[in-house]
Design a protein around this ligand. Structure first.
Ligand code: SAM
Ligand code: SF4
Length: 317
């Protein structure tokens, strides 16, 4: 289905839980979140019905996200159902990788073809600082497992933060020289929980181009990422720049949160609830949400934080 600005909306980001086993400073408050009651979260049946409805309206790609999707008890069954929905051609997952090793093969069997793994640093102490959890070795095991389990494609998501990991751009990028992995640098978005990092943490992605002068542009569709490659590399470097360079004109996505709200735009407070609705009512809400997608989001800066009205762990990135 096309939105009011002629954009074809074919990508659903489905956040399956708000809970997480990490506490990344830019995403979640230290104390965690107030756990919602069971009846406030979409059931598996509702999530699958929502994906069926979305597919009827032209969604072909579903990304399972969270919170941390792998902490959800029924994650394998949910993925298996979602990948069986007629019209859904691609199911992928975004995870911090901590719980991936025992689940990877079963996720692939459940139809998950691609995995995006979040990793902001290659330093154990820095990892513990940014995630507020000492789980670096588990995250690296998760990455190894992602690379060795047979996923079609593995991408690393790195949130670029001035004064934190801008000194690791070269080291993170050189993972693409040794492994068949894409490394994508994401500009830090000023969300509610992102405050403690301070204004200097928001650095533009062009810093990556400056630090890696040998990068060559790649003529491939990277979705919201501009793609580059180091000479001889096995994977791409992606730059996702929601702050310095809006890609809204090409936005093809809609988001569904675990508590059952459709978000037409990540940085807008406008939401449409589908919790407890019939299939027909749900479809109407999807149509309304797609048609109310704004042309672009407002300015994002330390002085103009996101108007999302929620922390990122409740949206799904
Ligand atoms: N827990 C999973 C993970 O970390 O991959 C999935 C959910 S997480 C909310 C999805 C993505 O959003 C991650 O790649 C994370 O780095 C990114 N993210 C969270 N908060 C962000 C922020 N303030 N700015 C930029 N990216 C952010
Ligand atoms: Fe959890 Fe992902 Fe948010 Fe980190 S970015 S706190 S891993 S949901």
């Amino acid at each position: 289905m096309r939105d009011g600005y002629g954009r074809e909306i074919n990508y659903l980001r489905l956040s399956v839980t708000e809970l997480c086993n990490l506490r990344c400073r830019y995403c979640m408050p230290e104390e965690g979140i107030c756990k919602k009651r069971h009846e406030e979260i979409l059931t598996q049946e509702e999530m699958v019905m929502a994906v069926e409805t979305a597919a009827e309206l032209g969604i072909t790609k579903v990304r399972i996200t969270g919170g941390e999707p792998l902490v959800k008890k029924n994650i394998l069954s949910l993925c298996a159902h979602v990948s069986q929905v007629p019209g859904v051609e691609e199911v992928c997952i975004t995870t911090n990788g901590i719980l991936l090793p025992p689940l990877a093969k079963s996720l692939i069997q459940a139809g998950v073809r691609r995995v995006n793994l979040s990793l902001d640093t290659l330093d154990r102490d820095k990892y513990a600082h940014i995630t507020r959890r000492d789980q670096f070795s588990q995250a690296m095991e998760g990455l190894k497992c992602a690379l060795n389990s047979g996923f079609e494609r593995v991408k690393i998501n790195t949130v670029l933060m001035g004064g934190f990991n801008d000194d690791e751009i070269e080291a993170l990028a050189s993972l693409t020289l040794n492994y068949p992995v894409d490394v994508r640098f994401i500009e830090l978005m000023p969300m509610e929980a992102g405050g403690p990092l301070g204004a200097s943490a928001m650095v533009p992605n062009r810093l990556v181009l400056k630090r890696l002068p040998r990068l060559e542009p790649v003529a491939e569709d990277g979705g919201v990422a501009s793609l580059y490659r180091l000479p001889g590399a096995l994977g791409n470097i992606g730059l996702i720049s929601p702050v310095s360079c809006q890609f809204c004109a090409h936005c093809n996505r809609i988001r569904l949160t675990a508590d059952g709200t459709l978000k037409p735009c990540l940085h807008s407070p406008v939401e449409y609830s589908i919790k407890g609705l019939s299939r027909a009512e749900m479809k109407e809400q999807f149509q309304k949400a797609i048609l109310s997608k704004p042309p672009c989001h407002e300015e994002l800066s330390p002085l103009h934080p996101s108007a999302a009205g929620r922390a990122m762990n409740t949206i799904g990135g």
